[in-house]
Design a protein around this ligand. Sequence first.
Ligand SMILES: [Zn+2]
Length: 208
Amino acid sequence: MSEKKYIALTFDDGPSDTTSLKVLEKLKKYNAKGSFFLIGNNITPEREYIVREELAYGCDIENHSLTHSDMRTLDKETIEAEIAETTRRIVAITGREPIFFRPPYINYNDLMLETIPYIFICGFGCEDWVPEVSTEERAKRVIDNARDGEVVLLHDSEGNDNTVDALDIIIPELQSRGFEFVTITELFERAGVTPENAKRIVYTYTDQ
Ligand SMILES: [Zn+2]
C-alpha cells in the first residue's frame, strides 16, 4: 500500500467568465479540491457568483493583487492599497480573509515581503500561460514534477482551455499514483507545517 501524498492545485488570475467554472467542474468531477488566487479587479458584481460557487465547493479563495502589476515598482502605500482592496472584495463574498498571496509574475522584493501580511506562494508552473504549450505538454510537466507537499501553479484566465483539458489528464493520473488534491490551507495542515510570514519564505513546497 502506498502512503498518502498531498498536492495543491492553484489557479491564478480569475475569476474569469470563460474558464473559472470549467475548472471548478473538473475539480468536482474527480472529487478534487483546489485554490483560487483572485485579481481584485476581476471580482466584478457579475462574477461574484463564480467565487461563491468555488467557496461552496470547499476551495480556498486567496489574494493575487488588485491590478496585476509588477509590484516591485510600487511604493508602500500603493502595495497596501492593492492588497487591502482585493481582500475587501474577497471578504465581502466569502467572509474569510485570505491567508496566502501570490505575487504577480512571481516578482517580489523586500518591501513587498515587509508590507503584505500573507504567506507568499510561488508554486511549480508548467507555463500554462503560454498558448503554444499544449494540453498534453502541460499535463506531462505537472505529472513528471509532482511530489508530496507541492503547490502547482495554473491559471483560470479567460480562454485557457488547454489547462481545463489538462486537468482531465493530471488529476486521474496523480490520483492513481496515490495523490490527494487538497486546498493550499490543507496542504500545510497535512504536512504539519505552520507557514510564517516572518520567515519570508516564498513557498512552492511545504518542506522549504
Ligand atoms: Zn497572475
